[in-house]
Design a protein around this ligand. Sequence first.
Ligand code: PLP
Length: 543
Amino acid sequence: MTLWLGDTVPLVYLCSDDTLAGRRADRFEVIRFRERFRPPSGSFRPSNCGIGWLLLRIGWLVSRTGWSDVALTLDRASIVPLYRQLYEGLREQILTGALPEGTRLPPERALADRLAVNRSTVVRAYRDLAADGILDQRVGSGSRVALAPNAGPDRSAAVPWWVTLPPWRVGEFPTVLGELAAVDHGERIAFVQGVPPAEPSPLADLAASFARVGGNDAYVLTYGDSEGYRPLRDAIAARMRARGCTTDARDVLVLTGSTQGITLVAQSLAEPGDEIIVEAPTYPGALQIFQIAGLRAIPVPVDDGGLRVDHVEAILRTRRPRFIYTMPALHNPTGVTLDRDRRERLVALARRAGVPIVEDDPYGELAEDAGPPLVARSPDDVIYLSSFSKTIAPSLRLGWLCAPRTIYERLLLRKQSIDMASSMIVQASVHDYVATVYDAHLAALRGELRERRAIAFAAIDEHWPAAVRAVRSGGGYYVWGTARDHRARALLDACERTGASFLFGEPFFAQGGGDYHFRLALTPVARAHIAEGIRRIGTALRA
Ligand SMILES: Cc1ncc(COP(=O)(O)O)c(C=O)c1O
């Protein structure tokens, strides 16, 4: 395997042998790579990789005015001629957009000197790029990247197919979903993933539900309806009605995780370039989805009373975003719950402005007294999302949305195009679980979360400096901290040495910020380790 690593984070590719596999490494893979091949000095040097690794390193310092600083280390042992390696390397960077149109490449002689090759090697590579129409060579003004508008990349068989794909600037997107899904934190007490606690365990009852359902071919040898398994939709609708909603089973669309619902909403309610309102901070997985959908997020702060609805009001006076994405109950990452009067105001505002609300509520049933969800107040203007990931188990990949009839069909068709239907055996098993033990499990889980928070805040009081703020007003899985004297990334580095980890704040903000914030998930660690983990963070905070 070969790793291409640019001087800037986005320029990272995973390759197998000499053949580019064409997949950019996500940040977590790079971190793992770095940890695995970290040289003794602690500073990462690609050239220090193990024997048998071929490293072809390309770094750019792109400038549209001066010529770009191109550093290429060519493989002299390869049977591929040097001019061809240079040509391929430059071509790939141009076609993937890493070297944008208008970028000046270094003069031939300068690049030849830097690479210690004959000038003719560079001349030939540049000439071939010019022949492809992607380099403009003019006497006196050097060589510039020239992708003719609409020309598109050459799709002849000679060009690897993945190089010709539509533009996809992966490096611009956060890779948080992948990082959140990663589990290996070694020996650290890792307050990282928002997964349910090991106790109370749903495992035995869940296994019994699966066993009851698994022998029935009606649940196994079938796709089931795209809308979802009807008895499960009935059960979900009944639970929503018990929380004050008017939901009918026909309003419920079963999802393969509520992440799917966020994607459906992002694609169905807005187009690339459209504005939406999000909370600041908010769930980074949603930000990743919105960013990939090309939506422009307008951040609105959250305080101890939840979303600052007065800010929403000010924005709606002059702008018409496509939707407002909000978590009114046990907000991720702050844990706060939206005040009752703000709920009324938000719903009224949105209705008046003609802007729908996307209510993301995976934690709602864990709240002690959140009151009815927003969708209860305005079923025609709220698209409601929820999930069994936080209340039973994330590996079920089972969630649901409730949407007004005006939008339901659109969402359904998109879902069909993604996965046809959510897993029938999982739906039927969860239906069985919900019908038998779910309420008892929820009650036990609420009690567990209460206890974990009590342990956490007692340890925070004991071990953290008074200047560090931790939001206490909420509940649920998370504690949101602010340490004005510590950049959270540096704090995380220090904590990893003391044996604890958490998520730093930046990914939770759409437009930057969050440098001094961090989130602890209290649920993925053993209850007995919470106080010790918080003490270790305290040690780093006091250092
Ligand atoms: C607010 C919020 N929405 C959605 C999700 C994703 O849920 P699911 O596992 O159902 O895709 C999460 C997971 O952390 C979350 O916190």
